[in-house]
Design a protein around this ligand. Structure first.
Ligand code: WTA
Length: 669
């Protein structure tokens, strides 16, 4: 049994601002959760989940038809269902009920790429925009249950599009606007969409992104797509297919300002979101309506201690193309009737002060970003943070990858000024909402640890070999969850068998997260990173197989193996080893390597570009032909003193060759 291998760090008390004290001009009020209420509620959420979540669901959701059964099914058969018989509409819950009560409250702050171009959209304005967009989709023939692809940059229409789909019962599938035409094509085909929503172009960090032309290229091989709705963002000339393409602004303005929301069953799908797994084919993770909304609503309220009635302004820096954007820019905040921010730019445009200028300008109360941005800003220097008044902040969050204690401390000292709660939130696309996290006001924190489970989450550390639960503290193994929680994904679109295989059969009866984890001597949970073939680069989730299948399509490549290696700034980076077909001739290896990087950028997207592509004579294989990635990982990160047992290698001499080629590659960089 492995003991917990975690750093020795201090434990921090609940910060002043979360005890209704502290300096600055923040609103002084007590947090929703205290240490006592957390312990009591967590216990009930596990031991009497039905009572706990029935009450929560009645409080948080406005139902058209009340549910009867709270929970059914489980992880043994992979047939989890929550709030069956209940009916509701997501958009009604996110928009209409607030538009009625507080029509003039700001729902969305749009912080455009250029800092001087921000806009505010009230709840009543959002209701009108969503209704018109929903009516527009209906006119295009979109019906309940149809899938709509959303390929949009970070503009208000991204949120409007999601809510418009949900209003009429259509299932949205957002494809991150950094994905290439090939990736967009594969996802559009897989979910059988007939309508795609995009922009003429996007703007990010002062640069233009050719979204419409990527859509045009993708749709060459998607004959089922009948319409492309185009939001005008830059107004530059773009290609146009008559009869298929329509301008959003022209079509929407013709529509009525109200569209009745359709009552959906609790278990009707709300969206499909593709994510990487351990094979080359991305998985369309399916989330359903009621459980997902409950999970995002509860976590937003309690993890970020959001008080909509106190005028909180909440900001999450993720992209809407990933689960964090779905849950913590759109659904979670709007379910709470709070103001949410849509940020189009980057942390360093036009300067590394951008985030903090924004906090100061809008007096943001919660701020949620990824460790990779924190590490980048830390490197660029404190002075960019220090010159801004950040005293409006109460809770600052981190998500997407483990945050190292140095970055945590920097965030705490410079951004939180040691007065804010820091929430290192652990979860995943398949989880729907935050699973392991401190709660401001309730949890003492340790830099680098995601700390404690949220309500309904019963985490267990399993021995990876035997699958046995490791009892007590000071243990390390793989992380699984013992019981279904409301927002857990229900299936993989079109492949329920793969869903069962991946999550429910790896350790029978448990939901397997794919991560390694430790429970330390105090019972705190530390996430140790993926134990499967998923790599995490700057919080972007990629599979080695996906990158390998991009590389193998190059005419010269015979075989390839991709590994993730540790990186100080981005968490991990990608290293690809390739062998070439004997008949393939080329002029220079350098030019070929560039071509291979382009191959990955074109096939997946620029964010997936390998940092190292190393051409070798052969890959390290066992006698039965299995590639020994462990050795490649060691070679790629120059840890060749600890290669371990090489006796199972078919040709041990290959290691020296791979070492040399890696060193030569890195020397050139
Ligand atoms: C990793 C993002 C450590 C983890 C919400 C997980 C984290 C994967 C944390 C899911 C965290 C996410 N600490 N690791 N706070 N948050 N991860 O699906 O490996 O894009 O399995 O969801 O990110 O990535 P995904």
């Amino acid at each position: 049994m492995a003991e917990a291998d975690v750093p020795e760090v201090p434990i921090y008390d609940i910060p002043a601002r979360l005890q209704g004290k502290g300096t600055g001009n923040h609103v002084r009020h007590l947090p929703h959760v205290t240490p006592e209420s957390y312990a009591k509620d967590h216990k009930q959420s596990i031991e009497d989940a039905d009572a706990f979540f029935a009450k929560a669901a009645r409080e948080v959701i406005d139902w058209d038809v009340p549910f009867k059964t709270v929970r059914s099914g489980g992880f043994v058969d992979g047939d989890v269902a929550w709030f069956t018989e209940g009916q509701l509409n997501a958009t009604y819950n996110c928009v209409d009920r607030w538009a009625t009560k507080f029509p003039d409250r700001v729902a969305i702050i749009y912080e455009a790429d250029e800092p001087d171009q921000h806009q505010e959209i009230t709840y009543s304005e959002l209701q009108r925009r969503v209704s018109q967009a929903a009516n527009m989709l209906k006119k295009l023939g979109v019906k309940k249950g149809d899938t709509v692809i959303v390929y949009l940059p970070m503009i208000p229409e991204a949120a409007v599009a999601l809510l418009a789909c949900a209003r009429i019962g259509a299932v949205h599938s957002v494809v991150f606007a950094g994905f290439s035409a090939d990736s967009l094509r594969d996802r559009t085909l897989d979910c059988e969409a007939r309508v795609v929503i995009t922009t003429d172009e996007g703007r990010r960090g002062g640069r233009t992104i050719a979204t419409k032309s990527i859509v045009d290229a993708a749709l060459k091989e998607c004959p089922k797509v009948e319409h492309v709705v185009v939001v005008k963002r830059t107004g530059n000339e773009v290609g146009w297919t008559e009869g298929r393409d329509i301008w959003w602004h022209e079509a929407a303005k013709k529509e009525r300002a109200y569209c009745p929301p359709v009552s959906m069953n609790s278990e009707d799908p709300l969206f499909i979101l593709y994510t990487s797994g351990s094979t080359g084919k991305p998985k369309g993770v399916v989330h359903t309506t009621a459980g997902y909304l409950l999970g995002t609503a509860l976590t937003t309220k309690h993890v970020f201690d959001v008080h909509a009635d106190k005028g909180d302004k909440y900001a999450c820096m993720a992209d809407i193309g990933w689960i964090t954007g779905h849950s913590y820019i759109v659904y979670g905040p709007l379910m709470n009737g709070v103001t949410t921010l849509i940020f189009e730019s980057t942390p360093v445009y036009p300067s590394p002060s951008r985030y903090w200028e924004m906090v100061d300008k809008h007096k943001l109360t919660q701020f949620y970003t990824a460790p990779t941005s924190i590490r980048l800003l830390r490197r660029l220097g404190e002075e960019h943070v220090q010159k801004h008044d950040l005293s409006s902040l109460r809770v600052i969050g981190s998500v997407g990858e483990p945050i190292n204690p140095e970055a945590w401390n920097w965030y705490n000292e410079n951004v939180g000024r040691k007065e804010c709660a820091i929430v290192d939130t652990y979860w995943m696309t398949e989880g729907g909402s935050i699973m392991i996290t401190p709660l401001p006001g309730a949890t003492k924190t340790k830099p680098g640890s995601a700390t404690m489970p949220f309500w309904g989450i019963h985490p267990v550390i399993l021995d990876p070999q035997s699958g046995e639960e490791l009892q007590g503290n000071n243990v390390e193994g793989v992380l699984a969850i013992k019981n279904p929680w409301p927002s857990v994904a229900r299936t993989i679109y079109g492949d329920h068998e793969r869903f069962l295989e991946t999550y429910m059969r790896a350790y029978k009866g448990y939901f397997f997260t794919g991560d390694g984890a430790a429970r330390d001597k105090d019972g705190y949970i530390w996430i140790k990173g993926r134990v499967d073939d998923v790599i995490n680069v700057s919080g972007h989730r990629l599979s080695t197989a996906e990158i390998e299948s991009a590389l193998i399509q190059h005419p010269g490549v015979a075989e390839t193996a991709v590994v993730g290696i540790a990186d100080e700034m981005t968490g991990q980076t990608i290293a690809a080893y390739v062998t070439l077909k004997p008949e393939f001739s080329y002029d220079s290896e350098e030019a070929l390597v560039k071509e291979l990087v382009i191959q990955v950028r074109r096939h997946i997207g620029p964010f997936a570009a390998p940092k190292k592509v190393i051409v070798v004579n052969d890959l390290p294989k066992t006698r039965s032909g299995k590639i020994m990635r462990r050795l490649l990982r060691k070679c790629a990160s120059h840890e060749t003193d600890s290669l371990g047992d090489l006796s199972s290698l078919a040709d041990p001499s290959i290691i020296d060759h791979i070492k040399e080629k890696t060193e030569a590659f890195d020397a050139k960089k």
